[in-house]
Structure formats: structure tokens, C-alpha cells
Design a protein around this ligand. Structure first.
Ligand SMILES: *Cc1c(COP(=O)(O)O)cnc(C)c1O
Length: 240
């Protein structure tokens, strides 16, 4: 008998069914244009398998090492797209490029330069979101609007990066209207960067993706135009 908590193996049937039901319910609230990323951090490879069986192909992780260990148990799932959502230390950049298809948490020029160099060496270019922070939030990192605009010309030089969009995390405790406004500001910011990149012919900046919305606020994010929602607890339950 395999232990459902020990990583590999399968979950109990009722737990698998519960995950499938939650995913179905969430899908009904999402337009077809929105990609659903199941955030599997702290959950086992068996949880990833259950969500995969229910149709999920995008998985999000916060920590590079945890993801690598899980991926090693899931090598038979060939068509999974892995998203790195959490802060990335520069000494993990190479592993991040090797093990993720998307990096949502690019938050500095120094990291951008490093990822660009590694991507060239590895011949592997993850899609990138620029993490922005539009409200005071000491627990999160990210560019402010002004910092981002002033650093765009430098970002445009990192030709190996496929800068696909903007990512943001709403601070805890905002009112509904404030959260919606925050997401709308992130959308407007992405549109302005997109326009600037087009004007300047910066070919590494497509900027047509918006990574925003978590379990508590994803419907507001979708209302504001999110294209990538990142849901953990509403799919897998609480992280204990
Ligand atoms: C954990 C996490 C999520 C998922 O959060 P839930 O509240 O479980 O939906 C999404 N994005 C990031 C960056 C996270 O760290």
C-alpha cells in the first residue's frame, strides 16, 4: 500500500474526486481565454496527478528545490507546463531556467541579466512575467510603476528573455473595490508597457499576459482582464 502523503502513488479516490469537482466548478467561472494554474506548493506529487487527471496542465510552485523533487516523480506527465511563482534567488537561477517553463517573479535587473545569460547558455528561454507591486506591502517584492518604466530600456536588452506580461499579488486585507482597482491598475500598466515596447520595437517584450488572481480574489482579477490565475487552496484545500 502506498502512503498518500508520501509523494508518489495516488490519493484516495474520494480525495481525487473532490479535487476534480473543485476544478470543474472553478472552470465554469473562467472564460476560455484564462489559463488556470494549479498551485501545488506544499502538496504531494499525488495531488498533482489528481489535478492532472482532472485536466490541469499548468502547475505552479513557489520553491525551486521542492518543484525539482516533485517533477522527478512526475516525469511520465510529459505535457505539463511548470510555473515558478515565488521569489527567485540568483543562486537558484540556473535550476529555475532548467526546470520551469515560466518564471512569474522577475523583480530586478540583476536577476534579469543573470537569467538572460543562463538562457543563452542553456538554449532555453522561459516565459517571464515582471512582478509589480502597486501598493505598499513589505512582505512582497516587485517593481513600482516608476521603477519599471525607468528600467524598461535595460530590460529590452535581454534578448533571450521572453517577457510575456506582468504579475502581481494583492496585499491581504484590501476591500473588494480596492482589490479590483489594483488589478485594473496592473492591467493598465501592462498595456502601457506593451504600447511602449511596440513603439520602440523591443522584440523581447510581448506583454500580453496578466498573471493575477489567487483563491480569494481571482474573480476580481478575471474581471480586470487576468489571463493566468494561480489557485492553490480552492483546488487542493488548505496547506495546513
Ligand atoms: C501560494 C501562491 C498562490 C496560490 O495561493 P492560494 O491562496 O492558495 O490560491 C498564488 N500565487 C503565488 C505567488 C503564491 O505564492
Amino acid at each position: 500500500m502506498s502512503d498518500p502523503c508520501s509523494g508518489d502513488g495516488l490519493l484516495a479516490e474520494d480525495e481525487q474526486a473532490a479535487i476534480a469537482v473543485r476544478i470543474q466548478a472553478i472552470r465554469q467561472t473562467l472564460p476560455n481565454t484564462v489559463r488556470l494554474i494549479a498551485v501545488s506548493k506544499t502538496h504531494s506529487a499525488a495531488h498533482v496527478r489528481a489535478a492532472y487527471a482532472a485536466g490541469i496542465r499548468d502547475f505552479g510552485e513557489n520553491r525551486v528545490q521542492e518543484a525539482i523533487e516533485k517533477q522527478a516523480q512526475l516525469q511520465d506527465l510529459a505535457d505539463v507546463t511548470w510555473h515558478l511563482l515565488g521569489p527567485l534567488q540568483s543562486n537558484k537561477a540556473r535550476k529555475a531556467v532548467d526546470h520551469f517553463d515560466w518564471i512569474h517573479s522577475l523583480d530586478s535587473l540583476a536577476l534579469a541579466e543573470r537569467l538572460d545569460r543562463i538562457a543563452a547558455e542553456q538554449q532555453r528561454s522561459p516565459q517571464i512575467c515582471l512582478q509589480v507591486k502597486l501598493r505598499h506591502d513589505p512582505s512582497k517584492s516587485g517593481w513600482s510603476r516608476d521603477e519599471l518604466f525607468s528600467q524598461l530600456p535595460q530590460l529590452s536588452k535581454y534578448k533571450e528573455l521572453r517577457i510575456s506580461g506582468v504579475m502581481t499579488i494583492a496585499p491581504l486585507g484590501l476591500e473588494t473595490v480596492e482589490t479590483l482597482r489594483l488589478f485594473e491598475e496592473a492591467r493598465d500598466l501592462a498595456e502601457q508597457v506593451h504600447a511602449e515596447a511596440k513603439r520602440q520595437r523591443w522584440s523581447n517584450m510581448l506583454m500580453n499576459q496578466l498573471s493575477m488572481g489567487m483563491s480569494e480574489d481571482y474573480l476580481l482579477a478575471v474581471k480586470a482582464g487576468s489571463t493566468l490565475v494561480r489557485l492553490g487552496r480552492t483546488i487542493f484545500g488548505s496547506r495546513g
